[in-house]
Design a protein around this ligand. Structure first.
Ligand SMILES: [Cu+2]
Length: 175
């Protein structure tokens, strides 16, 4: 894959290089019929503008109708979410609970010192949710847990010398 990407990049770079050399070589020549060329280019530019506008404007409107984006499945679940309050510190996580039941969970994340990144990994170590831990702000993750197990929390923002030690975990469901 890396090899293919490199070869494709090389071909594209060579094409651009040839283009630059071609323009450089021909830049000395005088073009007599410059007027029609400009006219054609402007005509193309106008058509391109309308094509882009007609394609992207409706797409943009369509996307906006979904706002605010529902980034969780919590909204469709019934019941009030369980709340975990989190504060990041150099270099540990302070969480007011380390056990929740399956279902919707609201995680309120802030920081006591500098910016940290609160990232949740599921039992198979796949990143499932993250937010910034920022001093003076509380960012909220809403996530519905449907798989029991031990979830790990890792810091995702470099925050100093012991950043790599900034780990904790919590349990979901009866395990
Ligand atoms: Cu960190």
């Amino acid at each position: 894959m890396q090899e293919t990407a490199w070869q494709v990049s090389l071909v594209l770079m060579l094409l651009i290089a040839f283009g630059v050399v071609y323009v450089a070589i021909n830049s000395g020549k005088r073009e007599e019929d410059y007027g029609p060329l400009v006219k054609r280019a402007y005509g193309f530019r106008t058509k391109l503008f309308w094509a882009v506008a007609l394609v992207f404007f409706p797409a943009m409107i369509y996307n906006l109708t979904d706002l605010p984006y529902d980034t969780s499945r919590a909204a469709s679940s019934t019941g009030t979410p369980q709340v975990i309050n989190v504060t990041g510190h150099m270099w540990y996580w302070e969480m007011d609970r380390d056990q929740v039941d399956l279902g919707p969970v609201e995680i309120r994340v802030t920081s006591g010192d500098v910016n940290h990144g609160y990232g949740i990994y599921d039992p198979s170590l796949r990143l499932i949710a993250q937010t910034q831990a920022m001093p003076g702000y509380t960012n909220v993750i809403r996530h519905t847990f449907d798989k029991a197990g031990t979830y790990r929390v890792l810091c995702m923002e470099y925050c100093g010398i012991a950043h790599h030690n900034m780990m904790t975990e919590f349990k979901v469901g009866n395990i």
